[in-house]
Design a protein around this ligand. Sequence first.
Ligand SMILES: Nc1ncnc2c1ncn2[C@@H]1O[C@H](COP(=O)(O)OP(=O)(O)OP(=O)(O)O)[C@@H](O)[C@H]1O
Ligand SMILES: [Mg+2]
Length: 287
Amino acid sequence: MFKVDDLKFRYKNNKEDVLKGISFEIKEGEIFGFLGPSGAGKSTTQKIIIKILENYQGHISYKGKDLKDYNNDFYEEIGVSFEMPIHFSKMTAMENINFFLRLYKNNADIEQLMKRVGLWEDRNKMVGEFSKGMKIRLNLVRALLNKPKMLFLDEPTNGLDPTNAMILKDMIREFRVGGGTVFITSHIMADIDQLCDRVAFIVNGEIKEIDSPRNLKIRYGKKAVSVEYKENGSTATKEFPMQEIGKNSDFLEILTTKDIETIHSGETTLEDIFIKVTGVKLSNENQ
Ligand SMILES: Nc1ncnc2c1ncn2[C@@H]1O[C@H](COP(=O)(O)OP(=O)(O)OP(=O)(O)O)[C@@H](O)[C@H]1O
Ligand SMILES: [Mg+2]
């Protein structure tokens, strides 16, 4: 769907490139996560691939055609939610939606979308009176109102309570089931883990890793199994290498003779991987 090749970008008055030659592909029908510490260049990348920032170096193609060769028809096909929701605060939610609906050829079923995000009852309220979470939910409705083929979501669940975050994640998954493709950035590793088919880690304008969350966990995880079992009234723990575990007589003996409490393979979390890939110090500095 998108192919980004050796992308470099520098803001006008900056001395250094913010993006230092990044390459990645977003495949049709996948949810692609873009992770990295604050200031790494995630939002800048999103702005470039949705044609808001120009004057980049490198090559970007959308459906095989150079991004620069697209005119405004490009916007008919994509839906965007920005990091900071921008709405007209002196207009009602519906007035906001209707303003943007008119700009597009395709219009989604707004009643259904507004009901889904729980804003239908508040549709005639002034957006200036909306809570932060309500504005974020309205932002997703805006991203979906032109029935896009691809969604760009910059921190879509940031600031939402768990219930609303779950609704948003379900909507993103349903969008994909309907054939859509998603580019998403987030600091919330659990959300990324639940949603994404593949993730890229960007650090200081460079991509350090691209893979599925599952493969990353296998690669970064400890290849070991740890068993907790009861022995003489207390809990004992033993760790065994994953390799040929089925032939490991000590492991098998514990399994067959002891009262097992827990068994874990040494999978790591995306959070741990984030820290390993980006560097703990860097991520602390940027929090
Ligand atoms: N308009 C701008 N002018 C100059 N520099 C900018 C501008 N916007 C962003 N930058 C710089 O570019 C770098 C990357 O910023 P960007 O917003 O892409 O980071 P990010 O990865 O999205 O971070 P966050 O997780 O905090 O949203 C930062 O060093 C930032 O200061
Ligand atoms: Mg950002």
